[in-house]
Design a protein. Structure first.
Ligand SMILES: [Fe+2]
Ligand SMILES: [Fe+2]
Length: 278
């Protein structure tokens, strides 16, 4: 075969093979044809060109996962318009990672409630549901491991979210948004959210620490920590009763009013019965 022609055909064959493979088309015949052409180049003492092509295509292959990811994200983007998210596989990952060991205030049902609250709050707001849904489900995933690795779960949960979101076809920019939303959700760190998904996640997480559920969770945690009624009251004053004023969204502020009232009445009554106030 003409040497110049082979130098043009081989890269085209390789590229077409890769693109076909991405779409699930068998490409054995193209690969074999490409090898034959390369052998022919070898015979013509053009080994350097053959080696050069190998290096280029190896680099391209290494880059493939991101192309594939981009393709998947595009598909999702076009078909779902950012109003849906892959809930089931993320839920499965969270359940498997958290296991059944979580007790006190941080059981799996907290995650599900935060998700429901966040999606309800998103309503008509301009929100990327893929980012919000993933952030809500994954926000506490690092909690059981934070002592072990000496890292806040607001950082660890973000780090533990990257791989699964990549595998589900999330854009890198969406993954960054999830990491940022998770990073700012913690009351104790007092970081300001940098995106609307982070504001909603922060509000939803705090709402689940208020109202009747908040009371139940705080008592469950005080019991696990063996801190009794005093421990509960201290936690209520230091954190729970301050949450109403830390809402970012309008809907969060509205929802916080009633929950705050329930919490406040319970604390007042408890202090009365304990003889702490008259
Ligand atoms: Fe958290
Ligand atoms: Fe949480």
């Amino acid at each position: 075969m003409n040497r110049e022609l082979a130098m043009v055909i081989i890269p085209i064959f390789r590229l077409v093979s890769i693109l076909l493979a991405l779409n699930g088309v068998p490409l054995g015949f193209l690969g074999r044809a490409s090898v034959k052409l390369e052998t022919s180049l070898h015979r013509q003492n053009l080994r350097w060109y053959s080696d050069f092509l190998k290096v280029v295509f190896k680099g391209f292959l290494a880059w493939l996962p991101s192309i594939n990811r981009y393709g998947k994200a595009l598909e999702l983007n076009q078909s779902e318009d950012m109003t849906e998210f892959p809930r089931e596989p993320i839920e499965e990952y969270v359940k498997q990672t958290l296991g059944d060991d979580e007790i006190g205030a941080h059981t799996y049902d907290h995650i599900e409630r935060v998700l429901t609250l966040a999606l309800d709050m998103a309503g008509e707001m301009r929100v990327n549901i893929r980012v919000l849904g993933a952030s809500a489900l994954l926000h506490d995933i690092g909690r059981p491991f934070e002592k072990q690795v000496e890292k806040s779960h607001s950082v660890l949960s973000g780090e533990m979210s990257v791989e699964i979101l990549r595998n589900l076809g999330y854009y890198d920019s969406e993954i960054d948004s999830v990491i940022q939303a998770i990073r700012t959700h913690r009351f104790s760190e007092g970081l300001e959210p940098v995106n609307v998904e982070g504001e909603i996640l922060s509000d939803a997480d705090k709402l689940d620490a208020m109202g009747a559920i908040g009371v139940f969770r705080a008592i469950a945690q005080a019991s696990v920590d063996n801190r009794g009624i005093e421990g509960f009251l201290q936690h209520a004053h230091e954190k729970l009763l301050r949450l109403r004023d830390l809402m970012y969204t309008e809907i969060g502020q509205q929802m916080a009013q009633e929950r705050h009232k329930v919490l406040e009445e319970f604390v007042n009554q408890l202090e009365k019965e304990m003889g702490l106030v008259s």
